[in-house]
Design a protein around this ligand. Structure first.
Ligand SMILES: *Cc1c(COP(=O)(O)O)cnc(C)c1O
Length: 458
């Protein structure tokens, strides 16, 4: 794309397009970055730079860019039957086949699905569905959701309320009533001298304490990301989710796993519920369900919830025009076919995940890196001022943003949350691409460190 063309687009963008999660005035001055093409592990920008995308778009392009098959099934479905609703006692074949496929893939008796268009919408659905579930069993007061501070469950009113992002709560009068939050597990900042197991128990106990404080007869559900993504890839202790599950069972609180990031292979298992070996009652799906090629979200729920809704729920007063959209369903099916037939999830588990982990850990040796954490194909580098103290920079986020910008100059896309450099690549990466990541990330660390008075490694 020539410079004049790019500039013109940037001007139109600044004039007419409000970007999510951005300081739009600052962005308008700087000019938005325009991406033009994607192929496999790489994307290209308007200046012709080839960038290794270590963030899979936004945690979602699991099968990588440029798979023609997805475009072809979308084209076929649009030509055959572009749209029909699921409201008027109707459905379409791709929607039915995807429902059955998801029931087969999801662990345990998560055999039922409700379709939405995004992760946020799916979490809105869960809030209403769960409250309805208790209400029709003569427990309308059992309506409280417990989430975690700094959790992310999307950006709609319910999603942002269930999440624990303070900056989001400040805008629009959130959270809505009857949503509470507990502290999340984040060993780096909060684990002290505890062993992983002790810390896992302590963090789970925070849920039990909160349930007892509110009264178990008031608590409808607990919702959490198995690995907290947006806040900085917080990977909980191995025993955390099993302890959480026990507590939920003890007080008859529904367990909701928001698998929007973790689902569809991110941890080297199809779902993080398998990675951590626990059984949710409800699961949120989006992102990797279509590898981001088309919007789709889904709520998976178990036989118990489905049974109550079927026998006592009456008419479900809830739905989206595009719930079960046939084109989105067809694309999801094709995405899942590719993940399965090419053994992509298995390969992450057996080969590329362990190699990525081994190489990622070497970045932890850099003087700027206080911790290199990783689970399967998702990880983070915690940048710190004074290793080995587990302490943040006084002004959080400046070093992370600088490191991200330098990485981009090196041809590598990493995301920064505060001073955590986040990793979530397409699952189709080769060893050569892992090596490229580590070389470029190391160079970015070497260039960043001296700007902040920290020595280089070499
Ligand atoms: C991205 C995300 C969501 C929201 O999904 P959208 O499709 O952006 O609405 C919800 N939960 C988690 C864990 C996410 O990462």
């Amino acid at each position: 794309m020539d410079l004049a063309h790019k500039k013109a687009l940037q001007q139109l963008d600044a004039a007419h397009h409000l970007h999510p999660f951005n300081d739009n005035a600052a962005l308008a001055k700087k000019g938005t970055r325009i991406l033009t093409r994607g192929e496999g592990a790489y994307v290209w920008d308007a200046d012709g730079n080839k960038l290794l995308d270590a963030f899979a778009g936004l945690w979602c392009v699991n099968i990588g860019y440029g798979r023609r098959e997805l475009g072809e099934v979308a084209s076929r479905q649009m030509t055959e039957l572009a749209y029909y609703n699921s409201f008027f006692q109707c459905t379409t074949e791709p929607t039915v086949r995807l429902s059955a496929k998801l029931a087969e893939l999801c662990p345990g008796d998560l055999n039922h699905v409700f379709f939405a268009n995004s992760g946020s919408e799916a979490n809105d659905t869960i809030l209403r569905m769960v409250r309805h579930f208790w209400a029709v069993q003569e427990q309308p007061q059992k309506n409280i959701f417990i989430g975690r501070h700094n959790g992310y469950h999307g950006s709609t009113v319910a999603g942002a309320s269930l999440g624990g992002m303070k900056g989001m709560h400040k805008q629009g009068g959130l959270p809505i009533p009857d949503i509470h939050h507990i502290e999340p597990p984040f060993w780096f900042a909060d684990g002290g001298d505890l062993s992983e197991e002790e810390y896992g128990r302590l963090c789970a106990k925070r849920l039990e304490d909160k349930i007892l404080e509110l009264g178990p007869e008031r608590v409808a559900a607990f919702i959490g990301e198995p690995i907290m993504g947006a806040i900085g890839v917080y990977i909980p202790p191995r025993n955390y989710w099993q302890e959480i599950e026990k507590i939920c069972r003890r007080y008859d609180v529904l367990l909701v796993a928001d698998e929007v990031i973790c689902g569809f292979g991110r941890t080297g298992r199809w779902f993080a519920a398998e990675y951590f070996d626990f059984q949710p009652d409800i699961m949120t799906l989006a992102k990797g369900i279509t590898s981001g090629y088309i919007p789709l979200g889904a709520v998976m729920f178990n036989d118990r919830v489905a049974g109550v809704l079927a026998t006592r729920g009456g008419e479900l007063a809830h739905g989206y025009t595009y719930s079960g959209h046939p084109v989105c369903a067809a694309v999801a099916l094709e995405n899942i076919r590719i993940l399965e037939e090419e053994g992509i999830v298995q390969r992450c588990h057996d080969e590329i995940g362990p190699y990525l982990a081994e190489r990622w850990k070497t970045l932890g040796e850099h003087p700027l890196v206080g911790e290199a954490r990783i689970a399967g194909m998702v990880g983070a580098l915690e940048l710190v001022p004074a290793k080995p103290e587990r302490r943040f920079f006084d002004q959080r986020g400046v070093v992370g943003a600088r490191c991200r910008d330098i990485a981009l100059e090196e041809g590598l896309i990493l995301r920064a949350t505060y001073d955590s450099m986040l990793l979530s690549p397409p699952l189709i990466w080769t060893r050569a691409q892992v090596d490229e990541l580590v070389d470029k990330a190391w160079r970015a660390l070497e260039r960043t460190a001296p700007e902040f008075g920290i020595r280089r490694a070499a």
